[in-house]
Every structure is written in C-alpha cells, then in structure tokens.
Design a protein around this ligand. Sequence first.
Ligand SMILES: [Zn+2]
Length: 261
Amino acid sequence: METLYPIFYGTSLVTMDVLYRTFRPKMHPEAARRMFNFIEHQGGKFGIGGGWRSAQPVKPGFAPEGRSFHESQPFPSGSYYCAWDTVVVNPGHVHRSPVWSEVPVQGTQLAIDYGCHMNVGVPGGAGAEPWHMQPIELDGWAPWNNGGRPDLRTDYPIVLSAPRDPVPQPPLPPALPPTTEGVLVQFQSRVLVEGQVGPDVKFFQRQMNEIAGQGLLLDGYYGGKTTQAVKNWQGFFGLPVDGQLGPQTQQSIIEISLQKS
Ligand SMILES: [Zn+2]
C-alpha cells in the first residue's frame, strides 16, 4: 500500500503526490527539495500542516507582516515561501504537532543532515514551536534581511538517502470516491458544530476566508458567524445546509483548497 502522509491538522492522510501539488509550487525549490526529502525519510510519520499566509495579523508573539518565511519572500532567484509547519500522524486522526525529540533541532547533526531545522525558540522555552521548520540558512527574518537577503544554497549535501521503514498507519475510513483529479484524499475528522473550539475549527475558518471571503475571526471558536459561513458554503456548493462541518462539507472545503494551490 502506498505510504500516506498527514496534511493540514493531521485529520487527513494524503498521497505524496497531493503533498507535492499542495505545497511545492510556491516554495523555494531548494527549500522544497529539503522538505520533501525530510518527509520521505520519516516513513509517513510526518506531513505538512501548512502555515502559509499572504498577510500576518499582528498578534503578540507572531512575526509582523512581511517578516515571516511563512510569507513569500524575495530571494535572488525569485519570490518564494520558505517555512512550513509540520504535523505528525497519529492513530486517532486528531491533530498532534511534533515534539522536540522528534525533529531536527537547530544546531544538531540531524538539522545539518537534512539542511533544515526547527529554530523558533528553544526546547522548553516560552513560545517555542517544535513544528516550525525552515532551511538551515534561515535563522530569522531580520538577520537574513540585514545580510542582503541571500539565496539558499542550491547544492545542499543532504546526507541521508534511504527512507526509513514506513510507520504503521492508522486504519483509514472507507475509501471516498476519487476526486475530479483522481487523487486519493481521505478524511476522518470529527464533526464540528457550533460551540466547539480547536485548531481544526481555525483551519476551516481560514479556508473559508481565503476561498470564500467570509471575513471570520481566526479564533478557532465555532460561533454563530462560523455557522453562518458554513451555511453559506453549503448553500453555494449544493450541500445539505445544516451549518455543521461534517465529512461532506469538510471534504468539499479541502478539495477546493487543493485545487486552488
Ligand atoms: Zn511556523
């Protein structure tokens, strides 16, 4: 069976082909080469949570707008995204971010081998993000900018070459019909309803904002406005209008966001 990888909040598993098509087109080619090398070596344990944005709301603890590698940045070879948030597969299909012991920490041999590292904060420190990965040359927006915005090294010698044995994968729900592009996309997320809170709520709020301009506050709280946005979506796409994010509505949002990328 083909190895599947977690995507977004880890509530879905997709083929490597979907991961490529979702994330690679906008990435710095060298960052993408290292990222996918890392992921393929983890045997399906790691995937991409996402994290790209066109604008960063100013929030305490977040990089100001224009100063994040989660936004497209001007390199000598072109404008590209260079940071990504990883996600780890788990049996319950519930969102889990990696912990420090699982990732290439800044300054370690593992980071050197893969040419990418987790460098936001230090293990155990306040605001530390063991899920945030970027190329090893990029230690922060300010030093990179002050250093003349140098390009990534395009011949980074990735040391490891043999993929790790596949990790056991959680049982998948019954196969969904192929999408229009014939790509396997499987979901087993909880049904989301008004009153719930979580990163998965926030994920769908973001998608509905970006695809359908709903203007929701990205607070991860499924309130009345989120319910209305879901009803709008369902009405527009001819789905049963109940204001809940069940499998069918989630599937439709994910598929359209994949087509968009
Ligand atoms: Zn991040």
